[in-house]
Design a protein around this ligand. Structure first.
Ligand code: SF4
Length: 254
């Protein structure tokens, strides 16, 4: 399912509360540097349409925030998500700056969140922008390269867990690590990021990065690939307890 328009919602997010979404990707496209088997927007495809401009994004956002303020509507968070990876937008930092200014004016208590797959954090402007938001939420679904490549299907073959973890460490813990646990198969290859070895390798990364929070969740919506399975709720909570033992705050979305 694709999100319509630049600003969408607000929707009640299982993890973030009442969330106004911002989609920075071109209309009628799903564009991401990953091609996750579980992506609720489906596999990547692009139209001939362009990324919305800085002006279009700030105008659409201001219009909606003004309307919500006048209508006394509740709002917890403005979330960059949408039909792909928001940090791919060429003006991402400028858009984040404008969003923070608008938030401060219309809804000063509301948080600004970015849901990112962390593939662009080596870019200085993206890194700076993510440092400015309240919730810099970065995905890492496995600490094992072969598993991550199966689940997330990075477009760039050079993607490696080592590199992304090294870059994440530059946030000095000032980010939220988000992991989706699942098992399944794709084109004859099996994967399961809940095995003992997988969880041990992932916990090593959590221990090393000490993020301010870990968000654990699993499949909830329709996925582009059918043979995917959720782990049990007990399994998710058992993993969460091991995160807590490391002294890291953790939330489980069942
Ligand atoms: S990183 Fe997010 S947007 Fe990109 S394919 Fe995966 S789930 Fe979809």
């Amino acid at each position: 399912m694709l999100f319509e328009g630049i600003v969408f919602g607000p929707v009640r997010s299982r993890r973030l509360g009442v969330s106004l979404g911002v989609n920075l990707l071109p209309p009628n496209s799903k564009i991401c540097s990953f091609n996750c088997l579980y992506c609720e927007c489906g596999f990547n495809f692009s139209s001939s349409e362009k990324y919305p401009t800085f002006e279009q994004v700030s105008e659409a956002l201001e219009q909606r925030l003004k309307m919500m303020k006048e209508g006394n509507e509740p709002l917890d968070v403005i979330t960059f998500a949408g039909n792909g990876e928001p940090t791919l937008h060429p003006d991402f930092e400028r858009i984040v700056d404008a969003t923070i200014t608008l938030r401060n004016y219309y809804f000063p208590k509301v948080k600004v969140s970015v849901l990112s797959n962390a593939t662009r954090i080596a870019d200085e402007a993206v890194f700076r922008a993510l440092k400015k938001v309240d919730n810099n939420i970065l995905k890492l679904d496995s600490a094992v390269d072969s598993t991550l490549k199966l689940i997330n299907q990075p477009i760039d073959n050079r993607f490696s867990v080592d590199n992304v973890v090294r870059q994440m460490s530059l946030f000095s813990g000032d980010f939220i690590l988000q992991t989706l646990f699942l098992k399944g198969s794709y084109k004859g290859a099996f994967f399961d990021n809940t095995t003992d070895d997988e969880v041990a390798a992932w916990l090593d990364v959590v221990k090393r990065l000490k993020p301010k929070q870990v968000m654990i969740y699993s499949l909830d919506r329709k996925t582009p690939v059918e043979c995917l399975q959720r782990p049990s709720v007990e399994q998710l909570h058992a993993i969460a307890r091991r995160v807590e033992e490391l002294g890291v705050s953790v939330s489980v979305t069942e």
